[in-house]
Design a protein around this ligand. Structure first.
Ligand code: GLU
Length: 402
């Protein structure tokens, strides 16, 4: 169900009926059927979706996800979150997303290349017009963005490119950096303490979780647990994230890392000695089953949609503070915006400036969210939704949409 159809949203924001009619459904849904020959013996066919949720504030922006459980509904939900994320941070983009339904774990880089080339072939006009600007998401990275660039030769048509072909220094780690900055700032604000020695657990050690853990580790936090798709590891004294990254490069999974106990993904979520929990893997992991068992005081959402509405209610009743996804993980799209601007103008942006822009913009949005939350007695999630929705409604008014 669309966030804009949720009855609870009505309690704290007055959305004009015309705006709700538009926002409750995506503007555009494209379904593609991708057929590729990975070798000469068998044709592989998979379905893909390109969703524009709303483009009133700018072109549809959002990553390409390749995963076995991708659905049109999930892609619609993720596109909607992009509309809200870009509006909350004031970036002049709309919300979009692509999903390709194929198990990314078994794909070779060559196979991914074939899929991406075919994907570009099928939606070339959406891309060359600049109406939809893709970026990495689960199952894709700089290499896949480089392939898109290679097919189009228009630098601003895709973000998250490798630096060697006009990508942005700092874009790769931008989401994780923003998550770490959100955690540091929120912990400081709500608990009046520095992040040093604070115990943190990170679920998901992919491009978001591993960088978030790395930046927090650098600043002295104790990352006591991390997990990947397969399982988790725990050490109450804290894990050496630099060594863990090296281990991961060699072994491909966190399991077996020396001086750590094996734990399950659910055990990680419910650890009793952590102060901050960072879900940075997939959707819906904090739900009516897991939320009652969560002991962390602060949750910083690195993933998109890691908490269900039921889970959210329980966290609120327990007094657990949440920095919601559309705020906490906005570093990625902020980085994308800087890359897009640089690609359009041909300028080069130094990494220090990228980090500073991400941190300034996230802290600024965070302050607006927490001020409103305090004033109106809302959760941070609802305050974020109010601010983002108001931005979108304002733009709709200015453009004569409603
Ligand atoms: N996939 C990322 C997200 O969910 C980045 C999107 C982008 O930069 O367009 O925020």
């Amino acid at each position: 169900m669309s966030i804009f159809e949720s009855p609870s949203l009505e309690k704290f924001i007055n959305i004009p009926a015309n705006a709700r009619e538009i926002l409750r459904k995506p503007e555009k849904r494209i379904t593609i059927n991708i057929g590729v020959w990975f070798d000469s013996k068998k044709l592989t066919v998979c379905e893909g979706y390109i969703v524009y949720h709303n483009t009133v504030r700018g072109p549809a922006k959002g990553g390409i996800r390749i995963a076995a459980d991708v659905t049109l509904e999930e892609t619609m939900d993720l596109a909607e979150r992009m509309t809200l994320k870009t509006a909350l941070t004031g970036i002049p983009f709309g919300g979009g997303k692509s999903g390709i339904c194929l198990d990314n774990k078994n794909l070779t880089p060559y196979e991914k290349k074939e899929i991406i080339k075919e994907y570009v072939h099928l939606i070339r006009n959406e891309l060359t017009s600049g109406n939809y600007i893709p970026a990495p998401d689960i199952g894709t990275g700089p290499r896949e963005m480089a392939i898109i660039y290679g097919e189009l030769h228009i630098p601003e048509c895709v973000t998250g490119k490798p630096i060697s072909i006009g990508g942005l220094p700092g874009r790769k780690e931008a989401t994780g950096y923003g998550v770490a900055m959100s955690a540091i700032h929120a912990y400081n604000k709500y608990f009046k303490k520095d992040i040093k020695d604070v115990k943190v657990a990170v679920q998901g050690f992919g491009n978001v979780g591993s960088w978030a853990a790395g930046f927090l580790f650098e600043r002295g936090a104790k990352i006591v647990a991390v997990s990947d798709f397969y399982s988790g590891i725990y050490n109450k004294e804290g894990l050496d994230i630099k060594k863990l990254n090296e281990y991961l490069k060699e072994k491909g999974k966190v399991e077996g890392f020396p001086v750590a106990d094996k734990i399950s993904n659910e055990e990680l979520l419910c650890l009793s000695d952590i102060e901050i929990l960072i879900p940075a893997a997939v959707e819906r992991v904090i739900n009516e089953k897991t939320a009652p068992k969560i002991k962390a005081k602060l949750i910083v959402e690195g993933a998109n949609g890691p908490t269900t509405p039921d889970g959210d209610k329980i966290l609120d009743e327990k007094g657990i503070i949440v920095v919601p996804d559309i705020l906490a993980n906005s570093g990625g799209v902020i980085g994308s915006y800087i890359e897009w601007k640089s690609s359009k103008s041909g300028s080069i942006t130094p990494v220090s400036e990228v980090y500073k822009s991400i941190s300034d913009l996230i802290i600024h949005s965070f302050e607006r969210v927490s001020d409103l939350a305090q004033k109106e007695k809302l959760t941070n999630r609802n305050a974020s939704l109010v601010l983002a929705t108001q931005e979108v409604i304002n733009a709709m008014n200015e453009r004569g949409w409603i």
